[in-house]
Ligand binder design. Structure first.
Ligand SMILES: *[C@@H]1O[C@H](CO)[C@@H](O)[C@H](O)[C@H]1NC(C)=O
Ligand SMILES: *[C@@H]1O[C@H](CO)[C@@H](O)[C@H](O)[C@H]1NC(C)=O
Ligand SMILES: *[C@@H]1O[C@H](CO)[C@@H](O)[C@H](O)[C@H]1NC(C)=O
Ligand SMILES: *[C@@H]1O[C@H](CO)[C@@H](O)[C@H](O)[C@H]1NC(C)=O
Ligand SMILES: *[C@@H]1O[C@H](CO)[C@@H](O)[C@H](O)[C@H]1NC(C)=O
Ligand SMILES: *[C@@H]1O[C@H](CO)[C@@H](O)[C@H](O)[C@H]1NC(C)=O
Ligand SMILES: *[C@@H]1O[C@H](CO)[C@@H](O)[C@H](O)[C@H]1NC(C)=O
Ligand SMILES: *[C@@H]1O[C@H](CO)[C@@H](O)[C@H](O)[C@H]1NC(C)=O
Ligand SMILES: *[C@@H]1O[C@H](CO)[C@@H](O)[C@H](O)[C@H]1NC(C)=O
Ligand SMILES: *[C@@H]1O[C@H](CO)[C@@H](O)[C@H](O)[C@H]1NC(C)=O
Ligand SMILES: *[C@@H]1O[C@H](CO)[C@@H](O)[C@H](O)[C@H]1NC(C)=O
Length: 717
């Protein structure tokens, strides 16, 4: 209201910036001018022998009990005892200021009361807003744990000042509105450093209600207590107070009057009015003893209006609580993993604070249910996309000779789990002397690579147990078999439930291999086959080796083009070696000494591509990409030779067959053997074998006419 817009903050600065700020005996405290601020120094310990002496314009005045410096002028303040902070308290009072702040350095060792007096026009209200953590109401006369106790006092037209409430920092009360004239009081004891008060003052339009307390109830379960002004003393006559509650969505509230005292109204038939108002609805009236709302939803106003009371009797006072709970009913699931070799994890990934997941009634951010366990789960107000369900199975093979091949299926989880399965992982552990062989039930595998991505619903990710990733694979491609000499994890992300019923991989155990990974490849005849090192396009694991055994189809050779990242090795060497499977000289044999480049070579027959990594220096990464393009051999000579050879072979066969037939016919009677499964064993020339038509060939058929033998079957039909 004043033309001077100086804030208390700057006044306090001015005060502390003055030439001397001494609190101990004998020295002076200088204060500078501020026409809006009053300083009241009060002796608390009335018995103490100490005076306050104020020097203004060279004139000193001493007072024993209290000194009030109105509209602060340049002055110096002296105390006549050595430790005045033990005897005096200081009140720093200012009329209306915004934003209101205070300075920690001001009278730090004294019990301090900061008061802000507010006065607005008769057609206005003042709003005290407490942004940030808000306020919590405590019993009047109480003190806050952090030493900062706020009180809001209202000066009424018709009655004595009323304490609207006493508050501590941190709570659901966001603002207090009052008519005409009020005071905010902050008390801080001498041993507490002042936290700058954080409230704002605004002026709003007239309201019929004496005071309004705005409350923003928090989400989740809570029970908050409120009391009427002056409680446990009387609420002033003829006044009304309104609590404006905002209730979070998907919550129910209930109001419970815990303690009240009803006045005797002087007017015939009058009573204390309790009124509830919900947005867009007509107000509902009840009384102090009447029913209060139970399990309602949405924001509401509660107004308590006093009558003119018989002041000789106890007046109106009320203590009540508003309890808030979740309105929804949880989805329950009892997950029994005693019969499944599966462990389950459910993680809250959404940021919706309303979503609540519980395991055995304990709220969690991540629920883990291990195999063999049974747990009661509950999900409250959680959209399915906010929850991530993952499951794992451990397949341990401590002895390679005892491990049976495993066909990997995504198992069906308990249908009471409301969310879809996000991913399923198998963890394999095998002894060091063993290797895992991965083949596709459909015959071959393909690696998902940029430009040749697998269908995401059928992809499996393969990684080593130490965290190094190998690649994503799906069915039908150039990889006949994948062998890994490591403990691995295989992860499926079954987006399609029907698909997940099909086996994904066939995993078996074979003897140890020298390399970390061996791929067996049959390159594609029509399109280029791309081979990449594990974890492409990031580098492959240090000190690991990969080998591709590439089998070329008949009459084809392969052009191999390499893209190799250059790097420096800290120790050992990288090596890329290409060699025909049948031996011979290296087609390519390079190491890290050359920088990043491309290379190419041609393999005339099936070949090996072996890659070894060193320990790269720093953040260097080593990766290799080989592109294989098959080409039909164009040289006609081998084809012609092949053809000639084939014709010669055919002729030879014909000749041999003829000769054999002839010989067979003439030697039909010579020794041969007949095997009979049961009974006597005999040879034709044994002598036991007596044949009446001995040398007669009548039983030897040259030719059997099928139509004669089976003629009876060849009827019309
Ligand atoms: C108060 O003191 C300051 C300097 O300390 C001076 O500038 C100012 O004029 C004085 N005010 C009065 C009212 O004496
Ligand atoms: C300061 O306040 C504390 C409690 O808050 C009280 O015990 C003490 O007596 C007060 N001291 C003075 C000097 O007011
Ligand atoms: C509650 O009271 C306040 C202040 O009078 C008003 O602005 C608000 O609209 C009321 N809310 C409801 C739900 O009636
Ligand atoms: C107030 O209550 C007292 C005690 O019941 C009674 O004697 C007195 O007459 C009442 N006063 C009024 C104004 O009704
Ligand atoms: C919340 O209130 C609604 C109706 O007001 C009721 O149907 C629901 O059951 C309540 N929720 C709880 C958890 O009591
Ligand atoms: C693995 O099992 C075979 C057969 O039972 C046994 O002979 C062999 O000693 C076992 N090996 C180890 C390392 O336990
Ligand atoms: C070869 O590549 C073509 C085109 O990419 C593809 O359609 C075909 O299925 C592949 N064949 C094999 C055996 O992978
Ligand atoms: C797998 O892990 C086990 C135990 O951690 C270890 O003994 C074994 O050597 C590992 N297997 C391979 C192939 O590294
Ligand atoms: C790496 O290759 C270069 C050039 O081919 C050769 O001089 C060098 O000896 C090789 N280093 C090793 C360790 O094989
Ligand atoms: C790769 O092959 C092409 C022709 O096939 C040749 O021109 C080129 O020089 C070769 N590149 C390397 C690095 O050997
Ligand atoms: C390349 O790998 C194959 C398969 O593991 C192996 O048989 C061959 O000896 C290796 N060649 C070289 C040069 O290391």
């Amino acid at each position: 209201r004043r033309s001077t817009r100086t804030t208390l903050f700057s006044i306090l600065h001015a005060l502390t910036d003055s030439s001397c700020l001494c609190f101990s005996g004998g020295r002076s405290l200088f204060v500078t001018s501020d026409p809006n601020t009053n300083l009241i120094i009060t002796k608390v310990d009335k018995e103490a022998d100490c005076q306050i002496c104020v020097t203004e314009a060279s004139k000193q005045t001493c007072k024993p009990q209290m000194y009030r410096l109105k509209n602060l002028r340049n002055a110096s303040v002296d105390f006549t005892c050595p430790q005045p902070q033990k005897v005096f308290m200081v009140e720093i009072n200012k009329e209306i200021g915004k934003p209101v702040q205070a300075d920690n350095g001001f009278f730090p060792n004294y019990n301090r009361t900061f008061t802000w007096d507010i006065k607005v026009g008769t057609t206005q209200t003042f709003h005290l807003d407490f942004p940030g953590p808000g306020l919590r109401q405590i019993p009047n006369g109480g003190t806050c744990p952090d030493g900062h106790t706020y009180s809001v006092i209202l000066y009424l037209h018709r009655a004595a000042p009323a304490t609207i409430g006493t508050f501590c920092k941190g709570g659901p009360v966001t603002s207090v509105l009052g008519q005409y004239k009020g005071r905010v009081m902050l008390t801080v004891p001498s041993d507490v450093n002042l936290d700058p008060p954080d409230f704002q003052l605004k002026v709003g339009p007239y309201s019929e209600v004496t005071a309004i307390v705005r409350v923003k109830l928090p989400r989740g379960v809570s029970d908050t207590e409120f009391i009427t002004p002056n409680y446990p003393k009387d609420f002033p006559d003829d006044e009304q107070i309104l609590w404006d509650f905002s209730v979070p969505e998907m919550h129910n509230y209930s109001v419970q009057f815990s303690e009240h005292s009803a006045p005797e109204c002087l007017e015939e038939g009058a009573a204390v009015e309790v009124e509830y108002q919900k947005e867009g609805k007509n107000p509902t009236r009840t009384s102090l003893t009447g029913p209060q709302p139970q399990h309602q939803q949405g924001g509401f106003n509660l107004t308590v209006k006093n009558c003119k009371t018989n002041l000789t009797l106890p007046g109106l006072s009320l203590r009540y609580s508003v309890s808030v709970m979740r309105s929804g009913h949880p989805v329950l699931c009892t997950l029994d993993l005693t019969k499944q070799e599966v462990s389950v994890q459910i993680e809250k990934v959404g940021s919706d604070p309303l979503c609540e997941i519980r395991k055995d009634s304990k709220e969690e951010k991540t629920i883990k249910v291990a195999k063999g366990e049974t747990a009661k789960l509950s999900f409250l107000d959680c959209p399915n996309e906010d929850l991530r369900l993952t499951a794992t199975e451990l397949i341990a093979c401590p002895n390679a000779s005892l491990c049976a091949p495993t066909l990997l299926f995504v198992p069906t989880l308990d249908p009471c789990l409301p969310m879809p399965l996000h991913s399923f992982s198998w963890f394999f552990t095998i002894p060091h002397e063993a290797t895992l062989d991965l083949v596709s039930p459909t015959g071959s595998l393909r690696q998902s690579l940029p430009g040749q991505e697998c269908d995401p619903s059928s992809v499996v990710g393969v990684g080593e147990k130490d965290g190094s990733f190998i690649g994503n694979f799906c069915s039908n491609g150039e990889i006949q078999k994948l062998q890994i000499h490591s403990n691995i994890s295989i992860t499926a992300t079954p987006q399609d439930v029907k698909r997940s019923k099909e086996p994904l991989l066939d995993v078996s155990v074979s003897p140890e291999i020298k390399e970390t990974i061996i791929y067996r490849i049959s390159p594609n005849l029509t399109s280029p086959t791309i081979l990449v090192t594990p974890n492409w396009p990031t580098g492959m694991k240090p000190h690991s080796s990969v080998s591709w055994i590439v089998d070329l189809p008949w009459m084809h050779h392969a052009h191999i083009k390499f893209a190799i990242s250059g790097l420096e090795c800290e120790n050992s060497h990288t090596r890329i070696n290409v060699k025909h499977q049948e031996g011979g000289s290296d087609l390519l044999d390079i190491n890290e000494s050359e920088k990043m480049r491309t290379e190419n070579t041609t393999a005339r027959q099936s070949f090996y591509l072996n890659v070894t990594n060193c320990q790269p220096e720093g953040r260097d990464q080593f990766n290799v990409k080989a592109t294989i393009v098959l080409e039909r051999k164009t040289n006609l000579l081998p084809i012609l030779l092949g053809l000639v050879g084939a014709v010669l072979l055919l002729l030879l066969i014909l000749v041999v067959v003829c000769v054999v037939l002839r010989k067979k016919k003439s030697k039909m009677n010579s020794q041969s053997s007949i095997y009979m499964g049961k009974g006597n064993i005999f040879r034709p020339n044994d002598g036991h074998f007596v044949k009446t038509r001995a040398d007669n060939d009548s039983h030897v058929y040259d030719y059997i006419d099928d139509s004669m033998v089976y003629g009876h079957l060849l009827t019309d039909n």
